[in-house]
Design a protein around this ligand. Structure first.
Ligand code: ZN
Ligand code: ZN
Length: 156
């Protein structure tokens, strides 16, 4: 079986959209905020703040926390919850592509994956059937796999 393909991140208007969403929130798309978006655009998994800072020199840690919070509130980035205490960040799904996460319960590594369209449809059908019983209307879903990553399996 081949590895799941990675998530498309080449939205041409990501910076225009980021600037618009911040403006709606009364915020400017500053150079530091743009740097954070560029780093998240160039990576293939959600990053912790230390990982984000390690990607590019000159981003002060104090402003990174505040800028990520502003970007999250404006709907430019999403926070991903893993199995450790570190918040991880990725571009909002509507700026990239619908995807899921594999989260390692041993080392907390998080990776993205895209499911085949047929598998997505089955997941949606199962979710809708369950939600309908509760009178709940499904608009989207989150689905993370928890387990042991390749490296941790090899080290066991
Ligand atoms: Zn692991
Ligand atoms: Zn899905």
């Amino acid at each position: 079986m081949s590895a799941p393909r990675s998530v498309a991140r080449s939205a041409p208007n990501v910076h225009t959209t980021a600037a618009e969403r911040l403006r709606r929130d009364g915020q400017r798309y500053t150079a530091s905020r743009r740097s954070l978006v560029e780093i998240l655009e160039a990576t293939d998994r959600p990053l912790t703040i230390p990982e984000l800072l390690a990607e590019r020199a000159g981003i002060p840690q104090s402003s990174a926390y505040r800028n990520l919070a502003l970007l999250e509130r404006a709907g430019v980035v999403d926070r991903v919850v893993a199995t450790d205490e570190f918040a991880r960040y990725e571009l909002a799904e509507d700026l990239t592509e619908h995807h899921h996460h594999m989260i390692c319960a041993r080392c907390s590594a998080v990776s993205d994956f895209v499911m085949a369209p047929r598998a997505e449809r089955r997941l949606d059908e199962a979710a809708e059937a369950t939600a309908a019983e509760a009178g709940f209307q499904v608009t989207s879903h989150r689905f993370d796999l928890i387990g042991h990553c390749r490296d941790c399996v090899a080290a066991a």
